[in-house]
Write a new protein. Structure first.
Lengths: 528, 330
C-alpha cells in the first residue's frame, strides 16, 4: 500500500478555512444571479403555463441525437487541431512559429454565421473558388456545420492549450526523454495527461458552444435542437414551446457536465517553481514540411478564404455603385459594450474562479454548473427569458445598456471563469500561504500574490469575453436600447435582405476591431 | 480579509447602477418598432426625420419577435408605431393598436389593410416561383404543381422563414387545416431543399444548384443589384391561388402612444409618393397607392390574387408553424 504515493491533491488546499472564504462565497453567489435568471424565468414560465410542445417525442430524440453528434464531432476535431497548432507553435523550432501562433488564433474573431456564410460564398457553382476554376459543391448538412464550427472553434482550443503547454514542468518531460522514451511516448504519457485541465476547459467551451449555436447550423442547413428553438421563436407568437425546448437543451448540457465531472481524474499539474529552459523539438525534413503544410492550409481555409469572400463581395458591389454608409457609430457602440462587458465579466468571474478551485465540495461543483449551464443556453432563449423577467420585476432596466451588460455577464461568465481557474490551479498555494504566514492580510495577498499570478488568465478571460460580445447577436437584438445598432446587428440585417456589399463591409470592420485584443493577448503570450 | 470580495461585489454593483442611471428611458423621440430591416428602410426614416423635424428612434428586429415583445411589454411599451413585414405579425398585436384615420385608409385598396382599420399595408410583396432560366422542368401552373414528381429534389423552400409561414397561414385560410397539412406533407415527401431564408434560395437557383424555389419576388431584383442573378427569373403562378399571394408590409399606431400626431405623420409619410417611389426603386416592392408603379415586374393589378382576409392571418400563424413541424419540414 505504502509504495504508491497518493496522487497530489489538485485543489488549492490553502484556502479551506471557511471563515476566510465566506466573503468570497458571497461574492461568487452574487455574480451568479444574472446566470440564474434565464433558466429560472424559463422554468417558471413552463410550470405556470404548460409546455405547449408541438414536437413529437421521436422528433425530439432525433434532434437531440443530431445535436449531440455534432457537438462531439466538433469538439474532437477542434481539440485535435488546437492541440497540434499549440504544440507546433510552442514546442518546436518551426520557423516563424510566433507568426503561426497568431494566425492560428485569428479565426476566433469570425462569428459562426459569417463562417457559414463564407463557406457558402466560397463553394458551389457561383462561389469564389469556382471563379478560380475550383468548383466544389457546398457542404450542406452535417459536414458543412462540422467543418465551419470546427475550424472557427479550434482557436479556442489553441489559445487554451498554449498556456497549459507552457506550464508543464520541462523537467518531467526531460526525464522521460532521458529514460529513453520516444518523443511520441513522452507526448502521450506525460504531456497530454498534464494538459488535461486545459483540454477539459477547451472541450467544455467548444462542446457547449456547439449546443447553443444557431448561425452555422441554420445557414448550412443542419437540423439541431437550437435551430428548432430559433424556428419556434421566429415563427410563433406563443413562446412556450421554445422555452420548453430550451430547458431540455440545458438539461442536456448539465448531463454532459455531470459526466465530465464524474470522470475527472485527480491529477497534479502544478508547475514547479524552478524555471528551467525548455528544449525545443527539432523538426526535420518531412516533419517540417508536413507541419508547414498543415498550418498553411489551415490558415488558408479558416482565415484567407473567409476574408477573400468578404472582399470579393465588397468589391463586386462597390463596382456596381452600391453605397456603404457609415459604420463608425456601430464600431463605437460595439467596442464600448464589448470592453465594458469584458471588464465586468472578468471582475465577476474572479471570485467564482476562486471558490470553484478550492477544495472540492458539492457547492463549488454546483456553482460551476450554473455558469456552464448559462453558457450553453441558446442566446435567443436568454433574451426572451430576460425580457419576461425584467418586465415583471425591474422594468426600469428594460432595454438599457446596463441590462445588456448583466446579460452578457451571465452568458459568458463560464468563458471568463475557465482561464482564471486554469491559472489559479497552476499557481502554488504555498505562495499565498507564505504571504499570510508572513502576516500579510488577505487583501495584500490578493494584490501582491494572487492577482499577479493570475494575470495571464485574467487577460485571456477578458479577450475571450470581448470577442464573444463583439460577435453576439440574438440577445443583443432582443435586449438592446432602441437604436443601439452593433456591427453584428448590421451584418444580420444586411445579409437577411441580401445586401452583401454592406454585410461584407460590416463583417470586415468586425474582424478588424476584434483582432486588436487578440493580437495584444497573443503578443503578450509570446513574451512570457 | 473580508474586504476584498466585498469590494469586488461593490465595484460590480456600482458599475451596473451607474450604467442603469445613465441609460434610463426618454419620452422624447417617436419610437418605431421595425420588423423591416434597417438596410431597407433606414434611408426612408432619415428622410422622414429631415422633412418633418421629428426625432425618431427605431428598434429593428424580426417582425414576429417584435410582435411577441410588444405583447410582453403591453401597456408599458415605449413604441409608438409598429412597422412590420407581414400582416400576421401586425394582426397578432391588433388589440394594442388604435384605429387609423379614414383619410389614411382610403389611400390603399382595402384588401391590403385590416378589416377594422387598425393597420394598413404600405408596400406589396408577392410570393413568386424563382426558377433557373435554363431549366427544362415544367413551371407550376398552380401551387399544387410545385409538388409534382419532376421537381423532386430540385425545389428550394425556407420552411422556417416568416414569409413562408405567412404563405402557409394564407393556405390554411383558403383551404383549411387538413388540406394544408396534406399539401405540406406532399411537399416534404418530394425531397425539397430547405434553406434559411429567401435570398439563399434565389442565389442557389441562380447558381443552378437547384432548379427553382418558393420565394418573395424582390429578392431576385435585390440580388441583381449586387451583381448576380442573371440566370434566374421570377414566375408568378397564374392560377390565382396562394402561390401568388400579395403580402403587404404594413404599419400601425399603438394605442398607448403619447405621440399620436407624429405617429400619424409617419404612417402618412410611408404612403406618400416619395416613400412609395422609394419602395419601387430601392426595395423593389410594389407601391400600394395610385399612380406609382414598380418597373420591370408584372403590374400588381395583373397578379391573380386569392381572396383572403389578411386580417385573419394572425389567428392561424401559430397553426402554420405547427403544421410545418408536423409535416416534418422543420
Amino acid at each position: 500500500m505504502g509504495v504508491i504515493a497518493p496522487p497530489p491533491d489538485r485543489t488549492r488546499a490553502s484556502s479551506t478555512r471557511p471563515t476566510r472564504s465566506l466573503g468570497w462565497w458571497i461574492a461568487a453567489s452574487v455574480v451568479l444571479i444574472p446566470a440564474l435568471v434565464p433558466p429560472i424565468s424559463l422554468a417558471i414560465q413552463v410550470l405556470l403555463s404548460g409546455t405547449g410542445l408541438i414536437f413529437p417525442t421521436s422528433r425530439l430524440i432525433e434532434l437531440l441525437a443530431a445535436t449531440l453528434g455534432l457537438a462531439v464531432a466538433v469538439t474532437i476535431t477542434s481539440l485535435s487541431i488546437g492541440t497540434i497548432t499549440a504544440w507546433l507553435t510552442t514546442r518546436t523550432d518551426l520557423r516563424g512559429r510566433n507568426t503561426w501562433m497568431v494566425l492560428a488564433a485569428l479565426p476566433l474573431v469570425i462569428p459562426s454565421y459569417m463562417a457559414a456564410l463564407t463557406v457558402i460564398g466560397a463553394t458551389g457553382n457561383n462561389g469564389l473558388l469556382a471563379a478560380i476554376g475550383l468548383t466544389i459543391p457546398t457542404p450542406y448538412g452535417f459536414w458543412g456545420a462540422w467543418l465551419a464550427l470546427s475550424l472557427f472553434l479550434a482557436p479556442l482550443a489553441h489559445l487554451t492549450i498554449i498556456p497549459g503547454l507552457r506550464a508543464i514542468d520541462p523537467a518531467i518531460e526531460d526525464a522521460g526523454v532521458g529514460l529513453g522514451a520516444s518523443r511520441w511516448r513522452v507526448f502521450w504519457t506525460i504531456t497530454l495527461p498534464q494538459l488535461r485541465p486545459s483540454l477539459v476547459s477547451a472541450a467544455l467551451m467548444i462542446g457547449l458552444y456547439t449546443l447553443s449555436d444557431f448561425g452555422a447550423v441554420s445557414l448550412l442547413r443542419y437540423d439541431t435542437f437550437t435551430r428548432a428553438i430559433y424556428t419556434l421563436y421566429a415563427g410563433q407568437i406563443d413562446r412556450r414551446p421554445a422555452a420548453t425546448l430550451s430547458l431540455i437543451l440545458m438539461a442536456l448540457a448539465l448531463t454532459v457536465l455531470t459526466i465530465e465531472w464524474s470522470t475527472r481524474r485527480r491529477a497534479g499539474y502544478r508547475s514547479s517553481s524552478t524555471k528551467r529552459g525548455r528544449r525545443l523539438v527539432v523538426l526535420r525534413g518531412p516533419g517540417r514540411f508536413v507541419s508547414i503544410g498543415f498550418l498553411g492550409s489551415l490558415t488558408a481555409i479558416s482565415l484567407l478564404l473567409p476574408v477573400s469572400v468578404l472582399i470579393y463581395w465588397l468589391v463586386r458591389g462597390l463596382r456596381l455603385g452600391n453605397e456603404l454608409g457609415s459604420l463608425w457609430d456601430e464600431v463605437g457602440r460595439t467596442l464600448g459594450i464589448a470592453l465594458a462587458a469584458a471588464a465586468v465579466t472578468v471582475v465577476a468571474a474572479f471570485p467564482l474562479a476562486m471558490v470553484t478551485t478550492w477544495k472540492r465540495r458539492r457547492m463549488s461543483t454546483t456553482y460551476e454548473s450554473v455558469a456552464w449551464g448559462a453558457y450553453s443556453l441558446p442566446h435567443i432563449t436568454v433574451g426572451v427569458a430576460v425580457i419576461a423577467f425584467v418586465l415583471r420585476s425591474a422594468p426600469i432596466v428594460y432595454q438599457t445598456a446596463a441590462l445588456l451588460l448583466l446579460v452578457y455577464m451571465g452568458m459568458f461568465l463560464a468563458q471568463a471563469m475557465s482561464p482564471i481557474q486554469d491559472s489559479l490551479r497552476r499557481a502554488s498555494p504555498d505562495l499565498e500561504d507564505a504571504s499570510r504566514g508572513l502576516g500579510r492580510g488577505q487583501l495584500t495577498t490578493l494584490r501582491r500574490i494572487t492577482l499577479p499570478i493570475t494575470t495571464p488568465g485574467l487577460l485571456a478571460a477578458a479577450t475571450l469575453v470581448f470577442i464573444s460580445v463583439m460577435k453576439e447577436l440574438p440577445a443583443t437584438l432582443l435586449l438592446r436600447p432602441n437604436g443601439f445598432e452593433t456591427l453584428a446587428i448590421r451584418i444580420w440585417s444586411a445579409t437577411g435582405e441580401a445586401f452583401y456589399t454592406r454585410a461584407s463591409a460590416a463583417s470586415l470592420a468586425l474582424l478588424a476591431v476584434s483582432i486588436v485584443p487578440l493580437l495584444v493577448m497573443t503578443r503578450r503570450d509570446l513574451n512570457t | 480579509m473580508r474586504r476584498s470580495p466585498t469590494l469586488i461585489t461593490a465595484a460590480v454593483a456600482g458599475a451596473v447602477l451607474s450604467l442603469a442611471a445613465c441609460s434610463g428611458g426618454n419620452d422624447g423621440p417617436l419610437v418605431i418598432y421595425s420588423g423591416r430591416a434597417e438596410e431597407l428602410v433606414q434611408p426612408l426614416i432619415d428622410q422622414f426625420e429631415e422633412t418633418s423635424g421629428i426625432e425618431v428612434d427605431v428598434r429593428y428586429a424580426g417582425s414576429t419577435d417584435l410582435a411577441a415583445t410588444l405583447l410582453e411589454e403591453g401597456e408599458a411599451t415605449e413604441a409608438d408605431v409598429f412597422y412590420a413585414q407581414d400582416p400576421a405579425s401586425l394582426g397578432s398585436v391588433a388589440s394594442m393598436m388604435t384605429n387609423l384615420d379614414d383619410s389614411i385608409l382610403d389611400l390603399v385598396d382595402s384588401r391590403f389593410a385590416d378589416r377594422e382599420g387598425r393597420w394598413i399595408g404600405t408596400s406589396g410583396r408577392v410570393r413568386a416561383f424563382i426558377y433557373n432560366t435554363s431549366t427544362d422542368l415544367p413551371l407550376p401552373q398552380t401551387i399544387d404543381d410545385v409538388n409534382a414528381p419532376s421537381w423532386s429534389g430540385q425545389l428550394g423552400v425556407a420552411p422556417t422563414n416568416g414569409s413562408f409561414l405567412a404563405f402557409v397561414s394564407a393556405m390554411i385560410l383558403e383551404r383549411g387545416e387538413e388540406a394544408t397539412l396534406s399539401w405540406l406533407q406532399d411537399l416534404a415527401a418530394n425531397d425539397p431543399v430547405s434553406f434559411e431564408g429567401n435570398s439563399p434560395i434565389v442565389a442557389a437557383t441562380d447558381a443552378g444548384e437547384i432548379q427553382g424555389g418558393l420565394v418573395n419576388h424582390y429578392y431576385l431584383l435585390r440580388l441583381r443589384a449586387e451583381g448576380a442573378g442573371e440566370n434566374a427569373e421570377n414566375w408568378i403562378i397564374p392560377a390565382g391561388d396562394v402561390g401568388s399571394l400579395v403580402m403587404p408590409a404594413g404599419a400601425a399606431i399603438l394605442s398607448t402612444t403619447d405621440q399620436s400626431e407624429a405617429a400619424t405623420e409617419f404612417v402618412e409619410f410611408l404612403l406618400s409618393t416619395t416613400a412609395q417611389e422609394f419602395f419601387a426603386t430601392e426595395t423593389f416592392e410594389y407601391p400600394l397607392i395610385e399612380g406609382v408603379d414598380l418597373d420591370g415586374a408584372v403590374p400588381l393589378a395583373d397578379i391573380p390574387a386569392p381572396d383572403i382576409d389578411l386580417s385573419q392571418l394572425a389567428d392561424v400563424l401559430d397553426d402554420a408553424t405547427r403544421l410545418v413541424t408536423e409535416a416534418g419540414l422543420v
